[in-house]
Design a protein around this ligand. Sequence first.
Ligand SMILES: N[C@@H](CCC(=O)N[C@@H](CS)C(=O)NCC(=O)O)C(=O)O
Length: 394
Amino acid sequence: MAPIGKLIGPTANFRNYKARIVAKHLGVDIETTPQFKLGIDNKTPEYLVKYPVGKVPAFESADGFSLTDSSVIAYYIASKGGNNSSLLGQTPEETAEILQFIMFAESDFTPAALGTFSPLLGSMPMIKPAHQQAEQQLDRFLDALNTLVVDRTFLVGERLTIADVVVTCDLIMSYKFYLEEAGRTQYHNLTRYFKAMVAQPAFKAVLGDVELCKERLKPAAPAVDETEEEAAPAANPKSKLDLLPKPKMIFDEWKRFYLNNTAKPDAMNWLWKHFDDEGYSFWKVEYKYNNELTSCFMTNNLVAGVCNRLERAQKYAFGCLLTLGKDNDNMIWGYFIVRGLEVPEEIIESADYESFDWSPADYKDPKTRAEIEDCFAGEGPALPRECNGGRIFK
Ligand SMILES: N[C@@H](CCC(=O)N[C@@H](CS)C(=O)NCC(=O)O)C(=O)O
């Protein structure tokens, strides 16, 4: 049978799976785009003419009908193909319930899951309070789903519907990255449901065997050179900072402690206890061109780029650059700890140095100390304005 259309977007993606599982279940064929490059192919003028939001997946039917949104595409395919109509419910009430699950999956569950996993996978900045909030929400929604399926085989009615397809696909990351054995036991009804779904032939044909989480995803630790502070200065040091006397505080110990603990109070208490003001200094960092900033989303992208371009300073600096304020009225603001008592040349030579004011910060001054604490926590009353994102440079 000729394909009923083309599903456009990367194939190894939980959103992409939805339409393909529905198509498999119905026995209809859809074309896919395994070579699709996210961030490139969805930014071309041809793509944006058809799909102006520039997101994937998208769908183009054999007769030229264009559609976006993974669950809507799954819905459309279910409504079109094959002779199995029960995927969309058999009464108006069932169809409404199916939509209710799809809305919940898209507006509640998936943002909580992505808010939990994306910072750990490095595809979103790690802002600890936002991350903690996402994780709490994720647990809350997993718990709700666990209760919902206590006496159900399927989410709606007595047969598979696209609610099962959408919710199961949206659960995949949680079962891969988050729910290790203890979590699977805690949410045992949901685990039973999830395992039953992914064992069905249409799911299996698309997903293969879903490998369940062995160990919960952790924040990526900074590159650690255990011997860094122990070894004698190298004969040809890469940085003149390598020639400084051995500091009392080991930078990587601070970075590790910060990453593995709550910023306030634990990590900050650690820092004030161990900070060595002969080996390190604090700097306040402010963007010079705040009046040119537009949306917070764009500012966050700018901050991410600045941090990426500071890569050479990674061994000698730690800091937090925040997006403060609201859309069309925001600023980039933050604090850095650097090795030595001056801004390192690794920072001065970076492409963005001239765009920021770097001023020495006296961490013994209570106001500055409170600002540093709230900056490294990404929240708190000492921030000049509300935090809307940012990036930790570690
Ligand atoms: N609600 C949409 C969300 C689509 C979405 O956010 N897709 C991501 C990839 S998984 C994307 O296109 N990101 C690129 C971008 O935002 O530019 C759906 O389910 O299809």
